[in-house]
Design a protein around this ligand. Structure first.
Ligand code: NAG
Ligand code: NAG
Ligand code: NAG
Ligand code: NAG
Ligand code: NAG
Ligand code: NAG
Ligand code: NAG
Length: 595
């Protein structure tokens, strides 16, 4: 028992006073600390990191600058100090798979996923109030499901907030997208929108999107809350904004979801609704929970991030920059959805066997298929009677070369054809001959008549039965050529020469010749190997005009015995030449001496 107490006391001691001191100078081992009442402590608004060797600013908010994960502990669970590397400052963030809301991190649960709390439920178009937890995440009360997993706030009366017509749920209702409120449809043409006005809106809001950086310096010292401007409280010896607020330009601003005054609710497009700092109905929430996402009114509106496009559903994205201005605009993710002009939405497809209401909901590949209702009135997407289902597609059959197709089984009207790039075309190893696919040279065959290329026959090869040129001929680019007998023989293509002499010959100016850096010897072309260079066979050895006198001995090209090497001439010379050369030398020397 005593031991436990002692350890406990020791721990407290360590965390409070790391070093005893008499002046700030004694505290140099804890960089930035000061001497307070005989112990080195970080100054107000700072905390110790790197096991107490350094003081840095506290990190009380989401996105606060930080160095160590435990600095971010105000985020409750699943938080981290996200840094690019161990030496740079990072920011307090929620870990992957979590989101920030109401001052802490929550495990993110998508539509229809099991959950424990409403706060966990969030989908791609981000509105933390759109879903509730009912064992699984479902649309919250007052929200409707526009399509699978997309819950939007219902406008029940004229004047209620909206973004698209579908948000307004009463007779003859439309959404007036100049003011984003529901109104009664009118035929008055003067009411129609001025397009330039819309473009102006978008640009203005886009410019305002720059992110605010949370402040890290808290140098307003305090000892109790009443010394801090409301709503800040005295924490870490300094005035810090309470949970649900962030500090910017010396002021505490409310995050989205926090009860606040209009002045505190200062994020882009943020408004106070029922006393809570919120986004207008069916505007979406930025992940930092400070600003709202501007809505795009038309699919062609400019955008910077995918979230700008979620007016058109989760299956929309901000497309790639386009020439000439590099502007990006919203587009549907065509693998999953199709643009529906009437509903102003990238409409999700239901596949074969999935639930549907109308034919338009159903898509098999790129083919619109039918929604068939069962006895209970539930609809399921099915292939029309004349088509057969195959791997989620509805297929026809009997298509021939050149027909539009979805999958290879449909192209059975022409033998040996497949579906590539949505057209029936000849399979690999075949080429089109009129309206059928004939084997190419090397392509599979069963009998000689299959091989329609001139001078070919069906032969048993290592690849099975394939079309090959007759004996004495060689195939090149789907033609058969006569094999050239050897060097200097006439040729049209290099394959004719290679068939007899291998890869080191080419057809040059109509004759078979060695390729560069090669020489002809003993029926083949070999890489040029000079005197004294290493070799593995005599044929490789080369000496200009007289290769016959060099041979490969002891792994090197050397002069043969009848033609010794002359250092003076740097070549092989006949024995006679050597003696003659020596005589000339001696004579010359003799003459020189006598003169
Ligand atoms: C950063 O520090 C952690 C813990 O000290 C270590 O596990 C990790 O390997 C370091 N990463 C790099 C990139 O140095
Ligand atoms: C819609 O909002 C605008 C601007 O806030 C307002 O002037 C207008 O009266 C509202 N419309 C309706 C039908 O409430
Ligand atoms: C807080 O400080 C104020 C003035 O500085 C003082 O009047 C008040 O009694 C203090 N409250 C507490 C709880 O210490
Ligand atoms: C910062 O606050 C000061 C005084 O409160 C104000 O004058 C200034 O405009 C603010 N700056 C920004 C960028 O909000
Ligand atoms: C193509 O396949 C379908 C279904 O498998 C079959 O009914 C049809 O007879 C075939 N057509 C040809 C020309 O082989
Ligand atoms: C092709 O050759 C292989 C091996 O020589 C032999 O087993 C096979 O039966 C032959 N096929 C035909 C169709 O002649
Ligand atoms: C090829 O022909 C040329 C010109 O007739 C001749 O000089 C050369 O020696 C011949 N090459 C061979 C390897 O026979």
């Amino acid at each position: 028992m005593d031991k436990v107490v002692i350890v406990f006391v020791a721990l407290i001691h360590v965390s409070v006073s790391l070093w005893t001191c008499t002046s700030d100078l004694d505290c140099s081992s804890q960089a930035g600390s000061v001497c307070v009442a005989g112990s080195c402590q970080c100054p107000a608004g700072q905390e110790a990191i790197s096991t107490g060797t350094r003081c840095v600013g506290v990190a009380p908010y989401h996105t606060s600058p930080c160095f160590e994960t435990n600095q971010c502990s105000r985020l409750w669970i699943n938080y981290e100090c996200r840094r690019t590397d161990n030496n740079t400052e990072g920011t307090c963030e929620c870990m992957e798979g979590n989101h920030y809301f109401l001052g802490r991190c929550w495990r993110s649960r998508d539509y229809r996923e099991t959950c424990q709390r409403d706060e966990e439920c969030i989908t791609t178009p981000r509105d933390p109030y759109a879903l509730k937890c009912d064992g699984v995440c479902v649309c919250a009360d007052g929200y409707y499901e526009r399509q699978r997993g997309e819950c939007r706030k219902i406008g029940n009366a004229v004047g209620d907030g909206c973004v698209v017509n579908e948000d307004c749920h009463f007779p003859d209702a439309v959404c007036d997208i100049r003011h984003f409120n529901c109104t009664i449809r009118s035929d008055d043409r003067s009411d129609t929108l001025n397009l330039n006005e819309l473009v102006y809106f978008s640009t203005e809001e886009t410019n305002a999107l720059s992110d605010r950086e949370v402040e890290s310096v808290h140098n307003t010292r305090c000892t109790n809350d009443s010394e801090c401007d409301t709503p800040a409280t005295c924490t870490f010896g300094a005035c810090v904004c309470p949970t649900g607020f962030y500090k910017y330009n010396g002021t505490c601003y409310a995050e989205l979801g926090t009860p606040s005054t209009p002045e505190q609710c200062d994020g882009i497009l943020a408004v106070v609704i029922d006393g809570i700092c919120s986004c207008p109905p069916n505007f979406f929430y930025h992940e930092n929970m400070r600003s709202c996402i501007r809505v795009s009114r038309r699919l062609t509106d400019s955008c910077m991030v995918d979230a700008h496009c979620h007016t058109f559903g989760a299956q929309s994205r901000c497309g790639a920059p386009r020439e000439p201005w590099g502007l990006r605009s919203c587009e549907c993710i065509t693998e999953n959805a199709v643009w529906d002009q009437n509903r102003n939405i990238c409409r999700l497809f239901a596949g074969v066997g999935e639930g549907c209401e109308v034919d338009n909901d159903c898509l098999a590949g790129e083919l619109q298929i039918t929604c068939v209702k069962n006895e209970e009135g539930q609809g399921f997407c099915s292939c029309p009677p004349h088509l057969t289902e195959f791997e989620g597609l509805c297929l026809t059959s009997g298509l021939v070369l050149g027909d539009d197709c979805q999958a290879t089984p449909e192209c059975n009207g022409t033998q040996n054809s497949i579906c590539t790039n949505n057209k029936c075309s000849c399979a690999e190893g075949f080429q089109q001959e009129g309206d059928y696919c004939a084997p190419v040279i090397g392509g599979p065959c069963t009998q000689d008549t299959d091989c329609v290329i001139q001078n070919t026959e069906c032969r048993n090869t290592t690849d099975g039965l394939t079309c090959q040129c007759h004996d004495g001929l060689v195939g090149y680019e789907q033609q058969c050529y006569t094999v050239s007998p050897g060097i200097n023989a006439s040729c049209t293509v290099s394959a004719q020469c290679k068939a007899t002499m291998g890869e080191t010959v080419d057809c040059v100016d109509g004759l078979c010749a060695c390729i560069a850096d090669h020489h002809y010897r003993d029926g083949r072309c070999w890489r040029i190997t000079g005197l004294f260079e290493s070799c593995s066979r005599t044929s490789e050895c080369y000496l200009s005009d007289m290769s016959g006198v060099v041979s490969c001995r002891n792994g090197r090209c050397q002069c043969d015995f009848n033609h010794p090497y002359s250092e003076t001439l740097n070549t092989c010379v006949s024995s006679g030449t050597t003696i003659y050369g020596s005589l000339v030398t001696i004579l010359t020397l003799f003459m020189l001496i006598n003169i």
